[in-house]
Write a protein of this length. Structure first.
Length: 463
C-alpha cells in the first residue's frame, strides 16, 4: 500500500480543515450569525412533550422571527425559562416585536424573577393604547406584589380599571393594607357588573367584617355559596399556557381523540387515547384514564374499561366518580348485578362539591332504572326520591331557589325522616323569604337529628 508523503499529508489535512470551515460558515449564516440552541432540560416533562419540543427545535428556522417566538411560547408554557429568554432575544434581533410578543417577553422575564427588566416591556404596553394595555398593568401590579411593594402594586392595579382579575387582586391588597372601605367600593362595583361572582361576594363579606358590619358580612358570605361564577386571579398569559399545554404531547392526542369521538369514529378515538397515555410516561393523570375507560364503555368493551379503572383505583383511591364508571363498564358488558354493586358503592361517597352531587344524581337515576326493570318498586321509589334530592341540591347551589324549594318539599314527602332534606328545605325557604316555613323545616330537621348543627344555626338566624 502506497503511503502519503509528508507534503501530501499536509495538503490533505488542509483540505479537511477548509471543508470544516466552509461547513461552519454555512451553519453560521443559516443560524443568522449565532451558534446553535442551548440544551433544553426536558427530563422532567412527559415523553410526548419531549419528543414534540425536540422536533420543533430540529425544524427551527433560525432566520425567522416568528419561528423563534413560537418556540419561546412553548418554552415559557413548559417552564423552560432560560431557553425562552434566549429565543425571545433572538426574535428581537430579527425585527421589532409586536404587542403580543412584547407581553410574552415580559412574562418570561417576570417568571425568571427579573422583575425590573420585565417591567420595561410591560410598561411599554401599559403606556400605549394597544390590546394588551390592561393586561400589562395587571402584570405590573402583580410583580410589585411579588417585590413586596404594596403602594406601587395598588397604583398599577388601579390603572387596570374594570378588569375582574385586577379588581380582585386590588381588593385583597386593600384589605391587607387596612383600607376595607375602599375594598368594599371596588367589590360592589364589580358585583354590579358580575352579580353572580362567588369570589366577589365572599371578599365583600371579608370587607364588611373588617368594618364591623357583622350581619351584612354573614349575609354576603352566605350569598356567595349560591353563586356559580368563579373568577381566578390569572392573567391572559396563563390562558396562553393552557392553550399551549393542550397542543403538544399527551394533551394534543387527547384533543385529537375528542374530535374523533365527535365525528363518531370511536375506534380511532380509543387508539389515539392509548397513544396519549403512552405520551404521559413516566407521569400519570386520572383524566386520561377516565376518558379511555369511558370510550371503552361506549364501545361495549366493559372488560377493557374495568382494567383502566383498576389503575385509577391504585393511583387515586375510591370515589363516587370511579365507582359510577365501574358500574357503567359492567353495564356495557351486560352484567347488571356487578353494575348495581358498583353503583351502590358510589352512593357511599356523599360529597358537597358540585361534581360529586351531579355524580350522585346520575347514580341514583341509574339504580332506579335498573331496579324498575327488575320490578322492585319500593326500592325504586327510594332512589327516585334521592335523585330528586340531588337535583334540588344542584338547583340550590345554582341559585334556582324556587325550584330547590319545590324539589326539597317533594323529597320530604317521599322520605319524611330524611333530615338533610329538611335542612335544605329550611335554607331554601329562608332564601325566598318564607321565614315561618324555614322555621318549620329547621325544627323538623332537629327533631330527626338533635345534633344537626347547621339547622340550629338556621334557627338562630331567625331569632
Amino acid at each position: 500500500m502506497k503511503t502519503l508523503s509528508s507534503k501530501q499529508f499536509r495538503f490533505a489535512l488542509s483540505l479537511c480543515i477548509l471543508a470544516q470551515v466552509v461547513l461552519l460558515t454555512l451553519e453560521y449564516r443559516q443560524q443568522n450569525g449565532i451558534g446553535s440552541l442551548p440544551m433544553s432540560q426536558l427530563s422532567t416533562l412527559e415523553s410526548g412533550v419531549q419528543d414534540d419540543i425536540r422536533q420543533m427545535e430540529s425544524e427551527l428556522d433560525y432566520g425567522s422571527k416568528e419561528s423563534w417566538i413560537e418556540l419561546a411560547k412553548v418554552y415559557t408554557s413548559y417552564g423552560l425559562l432560560p431557553n425562552a429568554r434566549y429565543a425571545m432575544q433572538r426574535a428581537s434581533e430579527l425585527g421589532e416585536l409586536d404587542d403580543e410578543s412584547t407581553l410574552l417577553y415580559g412574562t418570561c422575564l417576570s417568571r425568571l424573577g427579573e422583575l425590573d427588566e420585565a417591567r420595561k416591556y410591560f410598561q411599554e404596553l401599559a403606556d400605549g393604547r394597544g390590546e394588551y394595555r390592561i393586561d400589562a398593568w395587571v402584570q405590573i401590579g402583580l410583580d410589585h406584589l411579588r417585590a413586596e411593594q404594596p403602594i406601587e402594586a395598588r397604583d398599577a392595579l388601579m390603572q387596570a380599571g374594570q378588569d375582574s382579575v385586577a379588581e380582585l387582586a386590588l381588593s385583597r391588597l386593600l384589605l391587607h393594607m387596612g383600607h376595607a372601605d375602599q375594598a368594599l367600593n371596588t367589590l360592589e362595583s364589580m358585583i354590579r357588573r358580575n352579580p353572580d361572582s362567588m369570589r366577589a361576594h365572599q371578599m365583600k363579606g371579608w370587607a364588611l367584617e373588617a368594618l364591623d358590619r357583622v350581619d351584612e358580612a354573614q349575609a354576603a358570605e352566605h350569598y356567595s355559596s349560591h353563586c356559580s361564577d368563579t373568577v381566578t386571579i390569572h392573567t391572559v398569559t396563563r390562558k396562553w399556557d393552557e392553550d399551549m399545554l393542550q397542543k403538544y404531547g399527551a394533551a394534543g392526542h387527547l384533543m385529537q381523540s375528542e374530535l374523533q369521538m365527535q365525528k363518531g369514529n370511536i375506534e380511532a378515538a380509543i387508539n389515539t387515547m392509548r397513544e396519549s397515555i403512552k405520551d404521559l410516561q413516566p407521569l400519570w393523570r386520572p383524566h386520561y384514564t377516565k376518558r379511555l375507560a369511558m370510550f371503552y364503555s361506549m364501545n361495549g368493551q366493559g372488560e377493557e374499561a374495568a382494567k383502566q379503572l383498576a389503575s385509577w383505583l391504585v393511583h387515586n383511591g375510591e370515589s363516587a366518580v370511579l365507582w359510577e364508571m365501574v358500574g357503567d363498564a359492567w353495564s356495557a358488558s351486560n352484567q347488571p348485578a356487578k353494575a348495581m354493586n358498583a353503583w351502590f358503592e358510589a352512593i357511599r361517597y356523599r360529597g358537597g362539591q358540585q361534581e360529586e352531587v351531579i355524580v350522585l344524581l346520575r347514580v341514583h337515576q341509574k339504580l332506579a332504572d335498573e331496579l324498575s326493570r327488575q320490578g322492585r318498586s319500593e326500592i325504586t321509589d327510594y332512589h327516585v326520591a334521592l335523585a330528586k334530592y340531588e337535583e334540588a341540591r344542584i338547583n340550590w347551589r345554582d341559585d334556582r331557589v324556587s325550584q330547590a324549594v319545590t324539589g326539597f318539599e317533594a323529597v320530604t314527602v317521599a322520605l319524611p325522616e330524611f333530615a338533610d332534606a329538611w335542612y335544605y328545605l329550611g335554607e331554601s325557604r329562608y332564601a325566598t323569604g318564607d321565614m315561618e316555613g324555614a322555621r318549620t323545616a329547621f325544627t323538623r330537621c332537629l327533631e330527626l337529628n338533635q345534633n344537626y348543627g347547621r339547622a340550629s344555626e338556621g334557627l338562630q338566624r331567625l331569632e
